[in-house]
Design a protein around this ligand. Structure first.
Ligand code: ZN
Length: 280
């Protein structure tokens, strides 16, 4: 299933993309998508619904496929060439950090360049949505706790992240810095998360172009590793790292300016399109 949320910001309803290309309203079956309503049990129940019986809708806007997230985690420096362009060593074990959950944003909503920023940057990533509580899960069973996958732009302010000290969360968390979607694609449609092309274009020029086979730590390894330190919860999101081609790695560096348009895709998971705008 390709689950989504549609409608004006703050008034989204749950829906799904039908195989005929239409969007169908699921609000008579589920209140919203977040936390337990995207657990594996809840998704199994949703899969029993005959999609042909659902009302067709033609919304003006697709929102984040999750109304809120318990936690928004990220894996850092998970592609070798990106670690090199960032001037950092290849990590020996996964680098885990958080993004403020309030950064969650729709896939096509504007990305707001925050006040005081001159280094706002892009990062296309494969996103993982957790579907079952996970603590001390081993690598062989790690994908069993996955509900599905989505496209993520791990928008990052490099000065806030690196130059200003402290934890990376400071540069990862401004409002609109976490576009996810357009869909939560359930894992039955993604048999191998390590074979997906992913790319990002800036104003029509492809700047990131890679495949999840290039990850240093696989999705299963990252989940298993994280679960040694924290309990993962249904509805948690994990951004699994970005390949090379971010603005920080360009010579000279190229950061977002108002009016820039980013288009992101991960194979089979849909397309995001965001325009950068200046903060008020
Ligand atoms: Zn990232």
């Amino acid at each position: 299933m390709k689950l989504l949320r549609f409608g004006p910001q703050g008034q989204e309803k749950p829906g799904m993309l039908h195989s005929d290309g239409s969007i169908r309203d699921l609000s008579s079956h589920v209140s919203d998508f977040a936390g337990e309503t995207v657990s594996l049990e809840a998704l199994t129940a949703l899969a029993q619904i005959d999609a042909d019986t659902l009302p067709v809708v033609t919304p003006d806007r697709i929102g984040s496929p999750l109304a809120w997230v318990p936690n928004f985690y990220c894996v850092g420096l998970n592609y070798a060439k990106h670690a090199a362009e960032a001037g950092m060593d290849m990590p020996k074990e996964p680098i885990i950090f958080s993004k403020a959950s309030s950064a969650l944003s729709g896939p096509n909503d504007p990305v707001i360049i925050p006040r005081g920023s001159d280094k706002t940057d892009w990062e296309v990533e494969l996103g993982v949505v957790i579907g079952r509580e996970a603590l001390y899960v081993d690598e062989a069973n790690a994908l069993d706790v996955v509900a599905g996958y989505c496209v993520i732009n791990d928008v990052s302010e490099r000065s806030f992240q690196i130059d200003r000290g402290g934890q990376w969360i400071k540069g990862k968390s401004a409002p609109s810095f976490g576009p996810i979607g357009p869909y939560l694609v359930t894992k039955d449609e993604v048999p191998d998360p390590q074979s997906l092309n992913l790319s990002l274009s800036l104003n029509g020029d492809v700047v990131q172009d890679s495949n999840t086979s290039d990850m240093i730590f696989t999705v299963a390894q990252a989940i298993s590793h994280m679960s040694q330190f924290m309990r993962l919860l249904p509805g948690d999101v994990i951004a699994t790292g970005t390949p090379s081609g971010v603005g920080m790695g360009m010579k000279p560096p190229r950061y977002l300016r108002a009016g820039d348009v980013m288009e992101l895709q991960v194979q089979g998971l849909g397309v995001q399109r965001q325009t950068a705008v200046a903060a008020d």
